[in-house]
Write a protein that binds this ligand. Structure first.
Ligand code: SF4
Length: 750
């Protein structure tokens, strides 16, 4: 049984875990309407039974008494439960006048990370944003992966196409700023990352981890290099310098597809291994050896992630990792960096010309500081100033969806004050947390077990091509999540919350159908939009959009044109997922630069390399710096209300090297005061030789000490908010991403 209609029966359900990017298959037992057990689905075609401690807590999340079941409206400063009709009426009554009087930009939007893991976030926010028309769009992307989008934008003309390391076929994996044994992988969807790393070593390959901390991932690698925080780009440029100078350039599958290769040696000329040695803290001889090993490996890939991205040279770090993979002949080939083929994406048309419109940023800028938009977003670091600074275009009302910027974004004391000054705020969220406590209306999403699931985001980042659809285990108590978002769109659009959601649903399916029929030479070319829409209109949402997209996609049945191809029915009949095979070379499909080539000489990148070279003219930093860290039982800020995940030894500690502890008079278990330019926190010290001297580490997402939040378990394990220390003024200029690592701090006994 896989459907949600008879919760009183004892039944087993198979679904994809929506909590992180690994997309593990879960087996969920239900009896008398309650979950009795959750374990890894051993028959899942991708995860083969792997599960982490978070996956089994979907039951606790579903049953959490603090999870909101009914909307809240703030009356006289207190949140009170109301009906859905009352909540939507309140939004209509208060949001629309602000927009009418002050214009579209007066309503800002913040989208949190979980939106990437839901169908509503992936598909249904788009019409809401379209009807809002605001330039004040912010998201967790600019405290996370935006540098990776931007490097893909400049290299491939396609910011959505972020190549992933072909973990299962590589012989040499060079990881910078990634700790997949804690994160379970990011921008690289690979359930059982630990097993896949072990397999590289088992088949004679090599795993090298570059990280200021000897992370758990570093512990299971062949080699760990304890780089100074914030210098990953410098070191990768030195690897490029050494590779080009000593081992030459080999483009492999990409030969004839790369523009600007002749200028690369000159671009990387300043970055000799000796020039970066003291800045990075990696001996030149080691850099030369790693370059030689990487160039000699049969299949090699660089995997850069959050520690290398959330710094002031984040885009260059991402760019250089891809280019090193490219010039060693490992790009777009098995065992290197590749692009998966999402089953809901556009089908390839043989013989179609490569290229497209390319990539650019800065179509508008932020009102106060002039930061350029990137992918339609402004840096979340400027959200507070866009709220606080009066004038035309200031943010007076805010919609947050599944986000907690009061804990997840830099200088969050200021963010908290700014949220408190808004004229009106709506949050779509399951908790009354440190952010949503400021909201005038909170609309609770259903629990993860009450939603259908399909990984629109992560099939594009997956190390194998996979398709898996999960129906809800239980029916939602209130409206479905996509309906909530749709009703917001209807309100903003002036139709009112009671208008027929089909107005929006038709828009969404129409856009997908239009793209399919317009694809010249594609399998649906010549069919009509109406024809495709009619074929799926009997289905409810969101199944209708899933069916439409997979049927139009590269593995789809193309509405009869490709018999045996994917449909929603086929997905539903395969609850353990469908393995569509390994990644295949597809640069000619993916590259959308104007030239149709992978472009190494994009102007903004070249200009930023000059900024990187200027670092070499300065003395290496010698003060203490702060970095973050992940933990397997944590998931940014929102899963700390699950007792089983937070119990035991406190994890929100300040890690300090023993030499620094002695020098600074810090004692294990005692409090330390950490001060940055923007704030200070006091945290318990954890002395460990697993961190580089000169570096301290605090995990993010903690600080559940807000009396107005309603998360009882989290409040008992509050920890401290590391983003009181991170500085919103320090950004990666190409992407607008905040520098959440390498923050200068002063540390002393509290
Ligand atoms: S690794 Fe991620 S997807 Fe897998 S069970 Fe854990 S939280 Fe869920």
């Amino acid at each position: 049984m896989t459907t949600a209609d008879t919760p009183s029966e004892t039944s087993t359900h198979f679904r994809t875990c929506p909590l992180c990017e690994a997309t593990c298959g879960l087996e969920i037992g239900v009896s008398d309407g309650a979950v009795t057990r959750i374990r890894g689905d051993r028959d899942d075609v991708f995860s083969h039974g792997f599960i982490c401690p978070k996956g089994s807590t979907l039951r606790q999340l579903h049953e959490d008494p603090d999870r909101l079941r009914r909307p809240l409206v703030k009356r006289d400063g207190v949140h009170v439960e109301v009906t859905w009709d009352e909540a939507f009426a309140e939004i209509e009554r208060r949001l629309l006048p602000i927009r009418d009087e002050h214009g579209a930009d007066a309503v800002g939007v913040y989208l949190g990370n979980p939106n990437a893991h839901t169908i509503a976030g992936a598909v249904f926010t788009r019409p809401l944003l379209q009807v809002l028309g605001t330039r004040n769009l912010f998201s967790a992307s600019t405290v996370d992966q935006m540098p990776r989008h931007v490097s893909s934008g400049y290299l491939y003309g396609n910011p959505g196409a972020m190549p992933v390391p072909d973990l299962d076929r590589t012989d040499y994996l060079l990881m910078l700023g990634a700790d997949p044994l804690e994160s379970n992988g990011s921008l690289c969807t690979a359930p059982d990352f630990p097993g896949r790393l072990a397999a590289i070593r088992d088949r004679g390959g090599r795993v090298v981890v570059v990280d200021p901390r000897r992370s758990r991932t570093a512990e299971v690698s062949d080699e760990h290099l304890g780089i100074r925080p914030g210098t990953d780009a410098l070191w990768l440029f030195a690897l490029l310098h050494e590779t080009i100078g000593s081992h030459g350039i080999s483009l492999g599958n990409c030969d004839g597809m790369v523009d600007g290769i002749d200028g690369l040696a000159e671009l990387v000329a300043p970055f000799t291994p000796e020039a970066v040695e003291d800045h990075c803290g990696i001996p030149a001889a080691t850099t030369r050896r790693i370059a030689a090993e990487f160039a000699a490996a049969d299949h090699a890939a660089v995997y850069t992630r959050i520690g290398a991205h959330t710094v002031s040279f984040g885009t260059l770090g991402s760019w250089a990792g891809d280019v090193l993979t490219l010039v060693t002949g490992n790009f777009d080939r098995e065992g290197g960096l590749m692009w998966p083929t999402p089953c809901h994406g556009k089908p390839h048309v043989a013989g179609s010309a490569p290229g497209g419109r390319g990539f650019r940023t800065g179509r508008w800028g932020s009102r106060v500081s002039g930061h350029p938009e990137v992918r339609g977003e402004l840096p979340v670091a400027v959200m507070a100033e866009e709220i606080e600074s009066p004038g035309d275009g200031s943010v007076r009302a805010l919609i947050t969806m599944a986000g907690n910027p009061a804990r997840s974004t830099p200088d969050s004391a200021r963010i908290g004050r700014a949220l408190g000054s808004l004229e009106f705020m709506v949050s779509v969220d399951i908790y009354l947390n440190e952010t949503t406590r400021h909201a005038d209306v909170i609309l609770p999403s259903p629990s993860a077990l009450e939603k259908a699931h399909f990984d629109f985001a992560f099939y594009g980042l997956s190390v194998r091509n996979i398709a898996n659809y999960s129906p809800p285990v239980f029916p939602p108590e209130g409206p479905s999540e996509h309906e909530i978002v749709t009703r917001l769109a209807l309100i903003v659009g002036g139709q009112g919350a009671d208008a027929d959601p089909e107005l929006v649903y038709g828009l969404i399916t129409g856009q997908v159908a239009q793209q399919a029929v317009q694809l010249e030479g594609g399998p649906l070319h010549g069919r009509t939009i109406d024809e495709l829409q009619s074929a799926v209109e009997h289905l409810p949402m969101p199944e209708r959009i899933i069916d439409l997209m997979v049927r139009c996609g590269p593995f789809g049945d193309h509405f009869g044109a490709s018999p045996g191809g994917l449909t929603l029915d086929v997905l539903a009949a395969n609850p353990h997922g469908i393995d569509l095979g390994p990644m295949v070379p597809r640069a000619d499909e993916v590259v959308r630069t104007a030239s149709g080539q992978i472009e190494l000489g994009a102007g903004p990148v070249v200009a930023d390399v000059a900024r990187l070279a200027a670092v070499l003219e300065e003395p290496p930093g010698d003060g203490m710096v702060l970095v973050g860290r992940r933990h397997l039982r944590s998931n940014n800020s929102w899963m700390h209300n699950v007792e089983v995940l937070v119990k035991g030894r406190a994890r929100c500690t300040l890690q300090v090297h023993p030499d620094d502890a002695t020098r600074l008079g810090l004692v294990d278990g005692k409090e330390a005061l950490v001060q940055s330019r923007v704030g200070e926190v006091s945290a318990p010290v954890e002395v460990t030789d697993g961190i580089r001297p000169g570096v301290v580490s605090l995990p993010h997402g903690w600080g559940h000490d807000d009396a107005d939040a309603r998360m009882a378990v989290a409040a008992r394990h509050a920890g401290v908010n590391s983003n009181l220390l991170t500085d919103g003024a320090v950004l990666d200029p190409l992407s607008g991403n905040c520098a959440l690592n390498a923050i200068p701090v002063v540390v002393a006994p509290a």
